[in-house]
Design a binder for this molecule. Structure first.
Ligand code: ACO
Length: 379
């Protein structure tokens, strides 16, 4: 591996979208598209999904190693103790227009948490891990309260005896979900947690590179994740499936879309060209959810679209494709799919923010000017 000096010769080639450009090193996760492999700190994501809880994965991303029993206990206790949103934060949520997208609420809430923190500008790794834990703990409370207010329901306070995933489901729906559904939901959180230099993580690293604070970096990342070419795709997938309505109509719908040269949401990936490494694990979670909720219509829809897309283009689904119907079957409104993605990806963003702070170089690329040549103002 070579590390080019940022003071070296200028590369004048234009790399639109930074495609194929290696901008820095990272020890957080590794994507190998050729073998469809994704590891967090060296562990295969499929193994983490099978054997670990979401809190263990968060710890792994932030500290570099899986926790032992005592470390996990302490970490979970701190997370559980930080779940409550104070009155001013909850009132901010309720004052947001209920016509706004829930991602706007998340973006504003993160920014507000920064404004509330007197040590906002302390960028030491320990301070950033503590702030990240607070964001990870309180975000589900905000997302659930927002979900409920849109249904005219009062918020449900977090329970400190429930795990992260189970507590969130309870705060949304007011019931303790069956273990199988909690596990399937937790698998989605583990798969969403981290994915190297994707657009939102890179946005967070750009902000961090200016020595700005973690809240500003996460706010920028939330904005990047909202877009339908990134995290917003999980919502778009479900909207498309609902529009199609009947799996028997899926192929015709898809072919019409492709004929109009439109993108089919939930398919394709900048890095994976032969299939997203996370999809088989998430598809199994979708099957588990469908069998517990009698939701096989959406599995048939999934398979009809997947088959038609493969036949027409050879393009494979990405993680957002199984996650969309899985979240729908769990009972979530479509608009909170991407906020749920934030609840998980905050862990990966924080790991990258800490890494960027520890080995920083201001991220400031060049551009090739294509405007009018220099000219004079005619007086
Ligand atoms: N539907 C239809 N055609 C597609 C799709 C798609 N979903 N994805 C790629 N293609 C086609 C493009 O039209 C293009 O064809 P062309 O060469 O004939 O013009 C070719 O495949 C290459 O596609 P690009 O968009 O140039 O590839 P890029 O690497 O820039 O895009 C992206 C990756 C943005 C994810 C793209 O596949 C896409 O828009 N997918 C839909 C949105 C989506 O699902 N995003 C979620 C990403 S994963 C995540 O955030 C968890």
């Amino acid at each position: 591996m070579t590390t080019a000096s940022h003071r070296g010769a200028v590369d004048t080639a234009v790399h639109k979208g930074l495609a194929g450009v290696v901008v820095d090193t990272t020890a957080v996760s590794k994507v190998v598209p050729e073998t469809n492999s994704l590891t967090y700190r060296g562990y295969a994501v499929q193994d983490l999904a099978e054997h670990c809880g979401f809190e263990e994965v968060a710890y792994l991303l932030w500290y570099g190693e899986l926790p032992d029993h005592a470390q996990l206990e302490r970490f979970c206790q701190r997370e559980r103790a930080a779940r409550r949103a104070n009155r001013s934060l909850l009132s901010l949520v309720t004052r947001m227009p209920d016509t706004c997208h829930p991602m706007d609420v998340v973006r504003t809430a993160i920014s507000y948490l920064g404004a509330e923190d007197p040590a906002e500008d302390d960028n030491s790794p320990d301070a950033n891990r503590a702030k990240a834990l607070r964001m990870m703990a309180v975000l589900p409370t905000i997302v659930a309260a927002d979900h409920r207010r849109r249904h005219g329901q009062d918020p449900i306070a977090p329970h400190s005896h429930l795990g992260f995933a189970e507590n969130f489901l309870n705060m949304c729906f007011g019931t303790i979900a069956p273990r199988k559904l909690v596990k399937a939901f937790e698998v989605s959180l583990i798969l969403y947690a981290e994915h190297s230099f994707n657009a939102s993580t890179f946005a967070a690293r750009v902000v961090t590179s200016t020595r700005s604070d973690i809240y500003s970096a996460v706010t920028a990342a939330v904005g990047a994740l909202k877009g339908p070419l990134h995290g917003g795709a999980n919502e778009a997938v479900m909207r498309d499936m609902l529009e199609i309505g009947d799996p028997a109509l899926a192929e015709r719908w898809l072919l019409e879309k492709l004929a109009k040269k439109e993108k089919v949401m939930g398919f394709g990936h900048r890095v994976y060209k032969n299939g997203d490494s996370r999809v088989p694990t998430m598809k199994q979670a979708l099957l588990d959810i469908a069998s517990a909720t009698n939701g096989f219509k959406w599995v048939r829809m999934y398979e009809a679209l997947e088959g038609a897309m493969a036949a027409a283009t050879g393009i494979e689904p990405n993680l957002d494709f199984p996650t969309g119907p899985a979240y729908h079957l769990l009972g979530f409104d479509t608009e909170i799919f991407t906020p749920i993605f934030v609840m998980s990806r905050i862990t990966g963003w924080a790991a990258h923010i800490i890494e960027q702070s520890e080995s920083n170089a201001l991220i400031r690329p060049l551009s090739a000017y294509t405007g009018v040549p220099q000219r004079s103002i005619v007086a």
